[in-house]
Design a protein around this ligand. Structure first.
Ligand code: SME
Length: 160
């Protein structure tokens, strides 16, 4: 396992993801523990992409429960259909929110968060966890983020 990530901070978003994803594959290679891998993925995304908050919510019974994350402290439990995360779980599809103040029911874990992307991962055709990434900039996430973060969700699905 590499000891540190190598990402050029002057690279474009696409270049950063293209450099980061093989490094994430290397980080999780040979490790079967889901929580350990989610923890390293959260760190790699936070520091590789310079995101404000990166974390996972895991489906446990009828709620989402906070999993490994990097960034300020966050809400621990979210019900289905609530906020961006609960809506992503309910709809079982990625949601990009350009301005969290315009998303009805958005759950503000931090008032510094301005935009957000949430992606689901599936096991037996059911959502079993979500990746949530927050930014302090309005409209910071787009189809490029969705494309590359979806590749990371496929890596996670391959672990379970
Ligand atoms: N904003 C999310 C809650 C999680 S925090 O952003 C870490 C939501 O509305 O579901």
């Amino acid at each position: 396992m590499a000891e540190e990530l190598i990402i050029s901070q002057s690279a474009s978003k696409t270049e950063k993801y293209e450099s980061l994803i093989p490094q994430i594959e290397g980080l999780i290679y040979g490790e079967t523990d889901l929580v350990a891998n989610l923890a390293n993925i959260a760190s790699a995304l936070k520091y590789g992409m310079d995101f404000f908050w990166v974390g996972f919510y895991l489906v446990k019974d009828d709620e989402l429960v906070l999993g490994p994350f990097q960034g300020p402290i966050a809400c621990t439990r979210i019900r289905k259909g609530k906020g961006v995360c609960g809506t992503t779980w309910e709809k079982a599809e990625t949601i990009i929110v350009e301005d969290v103040d315009q998303f009805p029911g958005h759950i503000a874990c931090s008032s510094d968060s301005k935009s957000e992307i949430v992606l689901p991962a599936f096991k037996n055709n059911e959502v079993f966890l979500l990746l949530d990434v927050d930014s302090t900039q309005i409209a910071d996430f787009d189809e490029t983020d969705k494309h590359f973060l979806s590749r990371i969700m496929k890596l996670i699905e391959g672990m379970v």
